[in-house]
Design a protein around this ligand. Structure first.
Ligand SMILES: [Zn+2]
Length: 306
């Protein structure tokens, strides 16, 4: 976990700050260098804006970095008209430009994938958002593994992991606290996303203390709802918080449980996905179906103010 947090810190804070500061203090030697530098740094800033998980350090930082990058870019580009197009080809200049060009092409390619993650024309199921008390953030969701860790799993292709943000746009008090109630979403009330029948419940598994996980009961405490020809599962629910029973018919918007941290989860969040079919084995081995919440296709960095 320490490694993951270090990677998050480097990719979301340190690299963007280095790029912004170096644009601010550096002077380009040629127009070509100016363009290549702005495009390559910019394509990384756009990439981390699109695919970064900003609930760790502050959702609003993603906009602040865009703004600072724009200001630094203007300052860097001020000398444009007095620069030569191209210096006499020196070896250093060529290798610098080659490196910059590689970064540029690599991140432009990833950015195309990231844009693609925001749209899909798959058949979908319409659900209502199951949380009602604040600002919720999509940590995993969307049409690409760049923004959705579930994407490679056929049944969970369009699964979502949802956390809640505080006023600062951060999902927890502390970077990665072990106390569950330091996570904004923990113990939030969970409401049924649809009309349907409860077909399966697990309610007795403990809430794990981060970073401990339950590798055997992957979904942890869960509610499975049958609606039309689909199954919808809500997972990682708080122990003993489920107040509906198997076989019960429920209505959209009905209180059903509370968010917890049971199962294979690194921290409190709500996992939700839907599959075609009516058999329980379809849940994790069937074909996942796209979920549209209240008319929106939710992707990482989508906010839902409920
Ligand atoms: Zn999940």
């Amino acid at each position: 976990m320490l490694f993951s947090i270090s990677v998050l810190l480097a990719t979301h804070l340190i690299v963007p700050i280095i790029f912004i500061v170096s644009l601010w203090i550096d002077f380009p030697k040629s127009q070509i260098e100016l363009f290549m530098t702005i495009w390559s740094y910019g394509s990384y800033i756009l990439f981390i804006f699109l695919v970064g998980n900003w609930s760790w350090f502050g959702y609003y930082l993603r906009y602040l970095f865009l703004f600072l990058f724009a200001i630094a870019t203007i300052k860097y580009a001020l000398s444009f008209t007095i620069l030569p197009l191209w210096l006499n080809p020196e070896l250093n200049q060529w290798s610098d430009l080659l490196a910059v060009g590689f970064v540029l092409i690599f991140f432009m390619f990833l950015n195309l994938k990231a844009f693609k993650a925001h749209s899909t024309f798959e058949p979908s199921i319409s659900l209502s958002f199951p949380l009602k008390q604040g600002t919720y953030y999509v940590a995993h969701g969307g049409n690409s593994s760049l923004v959705n860790s579930h994407y490679k799993n056929q049944a969970q292709r369009f699964a979502l992991d949802i956390v809640k943000l505080n006023l600062w746009g951060i999902r927890a008090r502390g970077l990665y606290p072990s106390e569950l109630n330091r996570y904004e979403i923990f113990d939030n009330e969970l409401y049924s996303p649809c009309d349907g029948e409860i077909v399966n419940i697990t309610n007795e598994l403990p809430d794990n203390i981060p970073p401990l996980k339950d590798d055997i009961n992957l979904a942890g405490n869960k509610i499975v709802i049958k609606t039309d020809n689909y199954l919808v599962v809500l997972a990682h629910i708080r122990i003993s918080s489920i107040i509906v029973t198997q076989g019960e018919l429920i209505n959209k918007g009905q209180l059903i449980a509370k968010v917890g941290n049971s199962g294979n989860t690194t921290e409190p969040h709500l996992h939700i996905h839907a599959v075609q079919g009516e058999q329980l084995e379809d849940l994790f081995h069937g074909i996942g179906v796209l979920i549209i919440f209240d008319g929106r296709f939710l992707v990482r960095n989508s906010l839902v103010k409920a």
